[in-house]
Design a protein around this ligand. Structure first.
Ligand SMILES: [Zn+2]
Length: 283
């Protein structure tokens, strides 16, 4: 399998089980937390939804999506009927989830307008969805908390990653320096051309000396924007230690045969899922 790597930082582990290919992140994997980011490989969906579409609302047959969830759940190791879904709207609302919410999104309605999920309870697998936007994953091994945030350009400009760190501190007593995090597969700087309005949102959210790290101005109101670097800055400024953070080396658009990319497909695409779940203590 030939991947197009954006850099050589080896921040993604490629896993495969029964033909289902999914990605994990070295620091989270070393900490022993169950997590994974799906690819297009190993599902039953057809055409541009092929093969591992994890959205019920992009024109796929419901039984295909259900089978895809069964397969990715089996590969990563959680029960799909227990999943709790986000309901992403490119805002920054974060929801504290418990066992009482199991199944919301897959067997019953979930709360609307949620771009971040967190839980400190075992066997409550969390699901957020992607096709170029940035997945942020968080794990506090001290307080046993998992959390994810959907950080597209709007969420990044609104610093949802920092908001999640503060949420974990407030709700669970986490300390930022204990949190292990990852910035997952999403669109890279070379692939992500944006317009003046987006650049302006980033000028307002960051300091002028940071602008060269974040975007290149190409003229005529066009920019190449770096959401990976933006989220790295946001998370480290929120107190996450660089040695506790993996920043992806895989672009969804550069690998659109293996990953769904909204940009590369002009919107004709399925959704990938990012999953995290705490295991019950065994002793
Ligand atoms: Zn790219």
């Amino acid at each position: 399998m030939e991947w197009n790597y954006a850099n050589k930082n080896h921040s993604t582990i490629i896993n495969e089980k029964n033909g289902v290919v999914y990605l994990t992140f070295p620091k989270l994997a070393a900490a022993g937390v169950r997590h994974g980011f799906s690819t297009r490989m190993g599902g039953v969906s057809k055409g541009y939804l092929g093969t591992m579409n994890l959205s019920f609302t992009r024109g796929d047959r419901e039984e295909n999506v259900r089978e895809n969830f069964r397969r990715i759940a089996d590969a990563i190791g959680f029960r799909e009927e227990q999943l709790v879904f986000s309901a992403q709207v490119h805002e920054t609302k974060i929801r504290k989830v418990t066992a009482a919410n199991r199944g919301e999104g897959i067997t019953k309605e979930t709360a609307p307008g949620i771009d971040g999920l967190a839980t400190d309870e075992a066997d409550v697998p969390l699901y957020t969805s992607y096709a170029d936007c940035v997945p942020l994953l968080f794990y506090d091994p001290q307080k046993k908390v998992v959390a994810m945030a959907h950080s597209g350009w709007r969420g990044t400009a609104a610093r949802i990653g920092a908001k999640m760190v503060h949420f974990m501190e407030k709700e669970y007593g986490s300390r930022a320096e204990n949190i292990i995090a990852a910035v997952g597969p999403s669109i890279c700087r070379k692939c992500y051309e944006v317009s003046e309005d987006v650049a302006q949102a980033f000028r307002e959210a960051f300091r002028p000396e940071q602008f060269p790290l974040l975007f290149d101005e190409k003229g005529q109101g066009k920019y190449q924007l770096d959401l990976w670097e933006a989220n790295r800055i946001i998370l480290t400024e929120a107190g996450i230690l660089p040695e506790h953070l993996d920043v992806t080396d895989l672009c969804t658009c550069c690998n659109h045969d293996k990953l769904f990319s909204h940009r590369a497909s002009h919107g004709k695409r399925g959704n990938m899922g990012c999953f995290m779940c705490l295991d019950a203590e065994t002793e």
